[in-house]
Design a protein around this ligand. Structure first.
Ligand code: NAD
Length: 289
């Protein structure tokens, strides 16, 4: 069994505890046992699980791994602390707020011979799987992904990082990308922001990624993908899967811990994650230059 601690008890942290308490029967997630949680608040017990200190989590031999479920700007420090203590880490996306930090953490995980896993539930949705099927075998001519959503809470970082799930969709659909231009419009009095990034596929097809946020904006993704044979303007609707998204991620992470994921697949994921963080870094630099 792998003992786990959950750091940060917001939406994601709560789900992590629930999923470890009721794992998918017969799945590798049954090999995880939640031993405690860490919170800045004093919460005593939560879903029957006790609050523990960071020091206790780091020193206990029956705690083998940590789930980092705090705000984005605290991920890097928490990951580093647990990796240095020789614990495996599952972090909610985005792993870090810079490409350089992610590279360092990956090297540290390798040195410590532990798993570093970044959750990407957006790749596990039925909608995305349908969209992938639609795009398969077609040649993209040009495309747009425009995300709208409510204003972000403090600590979630620059839009290219907080919105890494959308960028990950684009990379998973169209392969390695490069950034040609990026800009950020901000109206802090109205908590409005709009980031626009111009990207190119490896065969020089243009893609535009927009992250637009303001209190009250509906959470929505608008797409317009022009292929050689058709234009896709709607994410194909698909019924919800029977296994929850965080549970699917938990099963995948547990399979990694059990050595059930091939080195090729581990490498493929690492390359994709680092590529997305490098693009996010570049977009931030261009927006701020
Ligand atoms: P949230 O605001 O609900 O929760 C963050 C929690 O972390 C808060 O309760 C906060 O008090 C706690 N926290 C922050 N720093 C802490 C510390 N040092 N020690 C202990 N607790 C601390 O946010 P959320 O929606 O749960 O998101 C958390 C992470 O999960 C983010 O990185 C986000 O990108 C990622 N994520 C969330 C979802 C989702 O559906 N909510 C989906 C994918 C990824």
């Amino acid at each position: 069994m792998f003992g786990a601690v959950v750091v940060g008890l917001g939406t994601a942290g709560w789900v992590r505890i629930r999923d470890m308490l009721t794992p998918q029967p017969g799945s590798p997630a049954e090999k995880l046992a939640v031993k405690g949680f860490i919170s800045r608040r004093s919460l005593n017990t939560h879903q029957g699980v006790s609050q523990i200190s960071m020091e206790e989590a780091l020193s206990r031999e029956d705690i083998h791994l940590a789930f980092i479920c705090t705000e984005n700007d605290t991920h890097e420090e928490s990951i580093r602390t647990f990796l240095q203590a020789g614990k495996h880490v599952c972090v909610e996306y985005p792993m870090t707020m810079s490409y350089k930090a992610a590279l360092e953490l990956w090297d540290l995980a390798q040195k410590k011979e532990v798993i570093l896993h970044e959750e990407h539930i957006e790749l596990l949705t039925e909608d995305f799987k349908e969209l992938k099927k639609v795009a398969e075998g077609k040649v993209l001519q040009e495309g747009t992904l425009h995300f709208t959503g409510g204003a972000l809470k403090p600590g979630f970082g620059f839009p290219a990082f907080s919105g890494i799930a959308r960028l990950t969709w684009l990379v998973d659909l169209f392969g390695q990308l490069s950034v040609t231009e990026a800009s950020l419009e901000e109206d802090s009095a109205n908590s409005y922001s709009k980031m626009t990034a111009k990207l190119l596929t490896s065969d020089n097809r243009p893609l535009t990624w927009v992250e637009e946020r303001q209190t009250g904006l509906p959470r929505e993704k608008k797409i317009n993908f022009v292929f050689d044979s058709c234009t896709v303007t709607q994410i194909p609707p698909a019924p919800r899967g029977t296994v929850g998204l965080f549970m699917q991620d938990l099963i995948h992470f547990s399979a990694k811990l059990l050595g059930q994921v091939s080195p090729k697949e581990l490498q493929r994921e690492k390359v994709r994650i680092l590529h997305c963080l490098e693009l996010a870094d570049r977009i931030q630099q261009l927006c701020q230059s």
